[in-house]
Design a protein around this ligand. Structure first.
Ligand SMILES: CC(=O)SCCNC(=O)CCNC(=O)[C@H](O)C(C)(C)COP(=O)(O)OP(=O)(O)OC[C@H]1O[C@@H](n2cnc3c(N)ncnc32)[C@H](O)[C@@H]1OP(=O)(O)O
Ligand SMILES: O=C([O-])CC(=O)C(=O)O
Length: 374
């Protein structure tokens, strides 16, 4: 494990301006364009929030209907992309599949000028669920699914393709909430990756491909999968408590806890936790939810570490029958809105992002001839 230097990781340094969200400001916790995340999760569908983040205002009913219709019309996949997906093995990680899928789409439907940035974004928003599920169902079940469903929302489209049947209204609602919660989060690692890429005046697909790679890691989006792998190994709250104490004793990192910006809670946790509880009741769970709650109690009691957005997402997704390895790709389906909006914001007022390094290597020296080297 690398040694963590004080002040490392650009912590606390302002790296640019954004009008998209505030994270960890006192009072409201997390806002998208001034709206509190809790109000958005209670009152809106994901497509409304995507519209807000990308276009700067909440849509009226007609604008929302038209936007959803546009997204529905963009769900299909080109044959060349399907061929690539069919060649990726079943044991590949779906984040790698999505990274390749995004990059391939950029070859087939290249963003030729920045005038096409909204179009390129809408296309990815509409077809990323198709990419994930087409590959997953082909490589795991051997079926070539129809990705052009008439489902109303992105979340329902995803669940329909994954399970081969329409989702129920509870699950569709949870998908709206989850996708809203994950949509945008200021200068997190994957968004910053996208902005650095955008600052070179690169294309939208390159920015998003890089961001997918950053989100994949367990210290960022990959934590929801790592949290699931941990909690499903616990058979009871008592067992969870014993194991968690052991992990803390051994100074192991516990995925789904802690945050680089929030200091005492992540406002998204309270929201997704409520829905995880509803889903637990819906499926009659008596283990996973109580185990998750006990993990939360132990971490707070022992270390004052709180659940971040990822922890209760794990059990919520699990109760909806979503395979663990598809958890982080769902994060992508949502965060794409934030990434693309940041790329647009960067392009609108750009200077190449190029920080300086504090050199701590060798002093200047001569290149020795080959015969004199060790
Ligand atoms: C949607 C998202 O991306 S949310 C983040 C998802 N990631 C995770 O859940 C991974 C687990 N969490 C972590 O690794 C970290 O908390 C991060 C990466 C989120 C933030 O990292 P940092 O800002 O460097 O953490 P921070 O400086 O607050 O850590 C303070 C101390 O708490 C410890 N700590 C922080 N998180 C954890 C954790 N999850 N488990 C155990 N200890 C932890 C650190 O080791 C550190 O201890 P030390 O001072 O003895 O070295
Ligand atoms: O902001 C961060 O560092 C990580 C995070 O919670 C997110 O990207 O949603």
């Amino acid at each position: 494990m690398a040694k963590v230097l004080k002040g490392a990781g650009l912590r606390g340094q302002v790296a640019g301006k954004t009008a998209l969200s505030t994270v960890g400001k006192s009072g409201s916790g997390l806002t998208y364009r001034g709206y509190d995340i809790k109000d958005l999760a209670k009152q809106c569908q994901f497509e409304e929030v995507a519209y807000l983040i990308l276009k700067g205002k909440l849509p009226n009913q007609q604008e929302l209907n038209e936007y959803k219709q546009t997204l529905r019309s963009l769900r299909g996949l080109p044959d060349a992309l399907k061929e690539v997906l069919e060649r990726i093995p079943a044991d590949a990680h779906p984040m790698d599949v999505l990274r390749t899928g995004c990059s391939m789409l950029g070859n087939l439907e290249t963003e030729e000028s920045f005038d096409q940035q909204q179009q390129a974004t809408d296309r990815m928003l509409a077809c990323f669920p198709s990419i994930i599920c087409y590959w997953y169902r082909y490589s795991h079940d051997g079926v070539r699914i129809d990705v052009e469903t008439d489902d109303d929302s992105i979340g329902a489209h995803f669940l329909h393709m994954l399970h081969g049947k329409k989702s129920n209204s509870l699950h569709e609602q949870v998908m709206h909430v989850s996708l809203i919660l994950y949509a945008e989060h200021e200068f997190n690692a994957s968004t910053f990756t996208a902005r650095v890429c955008a600052s070179t005046l690169s294309d939208m697909h390159s920015c998003v491909t890089g961001a997918i790679g950053s989100l994949r890691g367990p210290l960022h989006g990959g934590a929801n999968e790592a949290a699931m792998e941990m909690i499903e190994g616990f058979t009871s709250p008592e067992h969870a408590e014993k194991e968690m104490l052991g992990k803390l004793e051994r100074k192991e990192k516990i995925m789904g806890f802690g945050h680089a910006i929030y200091s005492d809670s992540d406002p998204r946790n309270e929201v997704i936790k409520t829905w995880a509880k509803k889903l637990a009741e819906d499926v009659g769970d008596t283990v996973l939810y109580p185990v998750s709650e006990r993990c939360e109690e132990v971490m707070w009691r022992e270390k004052k570490l709180f659940c971040n957005a990822d922890f209760f997402h794990a059990s919520a997704y699990h109760f909806m029958g979503i395979p663990t390895k598809l958890f982080t790709p769902i994060f992508v389906m949502s965060r794409l809105t934030g990434w693309a909006a940041h790329v647009m914001e960067q392009r609108a007022d750009n200077r190449i992002i190029r920080p300086s390094a504090d050199y701590n290597g060798e002093a200047p020296r001569n290149v020795p001839p080959m015969a004199e080297r060790d």
